[in-house]
Write a protein that binds this ligand. Structure first.
Ligand code: PMV
Length: 311
């Protein structure tokens, strides 16, 4: 059995969401896959992209300390917490093969994608179907246990898919016209550069800015407008406007700004997505000018992914 799981972008409201304002997140079709197959007496994990493998005895998994297992930690914690939640003593073993197209450590939720994929694969392997609410909660416990601190943004968006509003660490699915509008949008997610700082560091730096609240209020107004627009031109302009405000929080970089400028000039609009300090830009594509956009982007040393919303 193979489970394919999306990643996520924040369309509006990163950083503001830390202070009780809204953020809008979207699940995208840049995916990871978790394959699970029956295996006698062993649990084997293969991280195909990293060429790494781990073998465990069946009786080891439920008492394991995932944090000690490096790159395997999210997957191991997801297996352990799912088995514990479902009260399963594994009698048959399994092999899990993980592959991912999602760039890591750049705000796209690569670890949440693998976590949610593993929870679904393990529960379905034992024929115990979980509801989305249960999957999202379990995913959150995994991220919290592995990272020490977590936000529901990644695990919820990746579980419920489509568009979510996140406020006070609570997710709310947005349906209707706004979801339909975004279903017809085409995006480029551009991996611009490695992040020089971790999310927590960037959040702490923003915390020191006296004027941050004024910026968050402006971002909230942008979200109000974005939820009502029905033209891609307008929506793109609002993305670029959100980026201008993020720049004032000092979380952008010259290269990110350059890619955002290209995205705004040759697409409908663009912004950095996630905590900043490097990482990714999301561009709303103008289908009539996509060739020019790609031509300009290809002059930069970056990775480009064509994406759309998944629901
Ligand atoms: O870690 P990232 O890039 O997904 O950023 C998270 C967004 C922040 O608002 C900066 C932090 C948070 O916990 O919401």
């Amino acid at each position: 059995m193979i489970v394919e799981t999306p990643s996520k972008v924040i369309l509006f409201g990163e950083h503001a969401v830390v202070y009780g304002y809204r953020a809008i997140a979207m699940a995208i079709d840049l995916t990871s896959t978790v394959e699970i197959k029956r295996l006698d007496n062993k649990i084997v994990l293969n991280l195909n992209d990293l060429n790494k493998s781990l073998r465990l005895n069946l009786d080891e998994i439920k008492d394991i300390e995932p944090k000690n297992f490096g790159d395997f930690k999210y997957c191991l914690c997801a297996i352990k917490n799912t088995l514990n939640y479902l009260d399963i003593e594994p009698k048959i073993g399994f092999e899990i093969n993980i592959s991912s197209k999602i760039p890591v450590s750049c705000g796209l939720g690569s670890s949440a994608s693998i976590t949610i994929g593993t929870i679904k694969a393990v529960s379905e392997f034992y024929s115990r179907e979980l509801k989305d609410d249960e999957i999202a909660k379990l995913g959150y416990t995994v991220e919290k246990e592995v990272q020490g601190k977590a936000s529901v943004t990644d695990t919820s968006t990746i579980t419920y898919r489509g568009i979510l509003e996140i406020k006070n660490n609570k997710p709310k699915k947005i349906r209707g016209d706004f979801e339909e509008f975004l279903r017809n949008c085409r995006f480029l997610v551009v991996y611009v550069e490695e992040r020089k700082k971790k999310t927590a560091e960037l959040v702490n730096e923003v915390a020191k800015l006296e004027y941050k609240d004024d910026i968050f209020k402006e971002i909230d107004k942008i979200i109000d407008k974005a939820l009502k627009v029905d033209s891609k031109e307008e929506f793109g302009k609002l993305m670029t406007k959100n980026h201008e405000l993020l720049k004032r929080l000092n979380i952008s970089t010259p290269k990110i700004d350059r890619v955002v400028d290209i995205g705004s000039k040759f697409g409908f609009g663009a912004k950095l997505t996630g905590a900043g300090g490097g990482g990714c830009v999301i561009i709303l594509v103008d289908e009539n000018r996509e060739k020019e956009l790609l031509k300009e982007l290809n002059k930069e040393n970056i990775k480009i992914f064509r994406c759309k919303m998944v629901s």
